[in-house]
Ligand binder design. Sequence first.
Ligand code: NAG
Ligand code: NAG
Ligand code: NAG
Ligand code: NAG
Length: 385
Amino acid sequence: MEIFSVWAKRKSHRTASIPASQKGLYRQKQCCPGVSRNSYLQVFILALICILFLIVLSMFNLPIPAVNVPNPSDTRAGRRASGVTLLIWWPPFGNRNPLPDCASRYGIQGCNVTSDRRAYAHADAVIIHNRELMNNWNGLPQMQRPPSQKWIWMNFESPSHSGWLDGLDGIFNLTMSYRVDSDIFLPYGYLQRHRRYGLRVDNKALLRRKRGLVAWVVSNWGEQQDRVRFYWRLRRYIHVDVYGHQARQLLNNSVVQTVSSYKFYLAFENSIHTDYITEKLWRNALVSGTVPVVLGPPRENYELFLPADAFIHVDDFKGPRALAAYLLHLARNPTQYRRYLAWRGDYSVHVTSFWSEHYCSACQSVQQSQNQNKTIKHLAFWFQS
Ligand SMILES: *[C@@H]1O[C@H](CO)[C@@H](O)[C@H](O)[C@H]1NC(C)=O
Ligand SMILES: *[C@@H]1O[C@H](CO)[C@@H](O)[C@H](O)[C@H]1NC(C)=O
Ligand SMILES: *[C@@H]1O[C@H](CO)[C@@H](O)[C@H](O)[C@H]1NC(C)=O
Ligand SMILES: *[C@@H]1O[C@H](CO)[C@@H](O)[C@H](O)[C@H]1NC(C)=O
């Protein structure tokens, strides 16, 4: 019986090396190849085993990419994870937070994360953040690249906000982004299975706090954005409280505190791209304990990250009017509304922390791909696809 990743096809033109701790994600199962026809009984028993196996597997097929899970492949062939120096070429967006100690924070040994450019000559990898590169094309390291050093292209913005990427072919060795088919993949958030299965969560209590109907927090407002156009049409049929953008003030300056008293949250992405699902879903909606109404990539894409009944997708409806009618219906029917909270009994939400988790994930990937050579030949073509 073989297990294959849903992503195998999409990745087939690249030899991505997702950190092994994440390889267990997105698994799908292929049942019952080569069943022998010797006896019906044998076939029957095999089928039964397969079905049981499927049931067990189906309990595990949600993404749980925890970087802090000890990694079995580290000890492959008895080799200890060797020391890796990771140079952060530019602080992303000028971020000056202290660099992480990956061992104490995530249990990843052997990482030296530094922003001291004097470490260039012996750095195993250099992380180059796309935003600063956009603004400074001559800013790449000018010194000769040591033969085994890897340059990592890091970007968590969508293609719509990533500038001109066409000049970047043949420069980098690894990609790092929110895209599942990146060499180093890190989503904005993910679900983690509770240690105890089927934890009882008091969704009734959660619901009692919810006096508001629909909330939306938006900072970057553009009339040409799909989400803004959708909002203007939606608000004809249902009341939406808008925060930010010269609108309401957040309660206590906190998105989570504000949104938690609403039933629904508009988790509308600023642009629509494969796998581009951001903190608008993970933190604003899910950590707040509300039901997300998503506008972004298609439903199937969301379902790689979340159970199908954990969110409402705007594409599920003919238009804003039908969506509004459904939300009003759920608001009046607490039992049906609570179905959208049921997954909380099995999972909790993890929001990835910029940039510590990113650096430590990168370090772990570099440890695992030492001695491999690779060049990203078609960066723009891939990222914009
Ligand atoms: C990490 O690298 C920096 C820069 O090369 C160096 O100064 C520092 O001593 C290293 N730290 C460890 C723990 O190896
Ligand atoms: C990768 O490149 C280095 C330096 O050129 C070389 O020593 C090494 O053998 C190459 N490794 C593979 C797996 O091709
Ligand atoms: C504001 O936030 C702080 C810290 O999270 C909390 O202790 C306090 O109770 C909050 N105030 C209100 C009015 O919610
Ligand atoms: C990284 O990419 C560069 C540019 O194509 C290439 O010359 C170098 O051999 C690659 N290094 C590794 C370790 O793959």
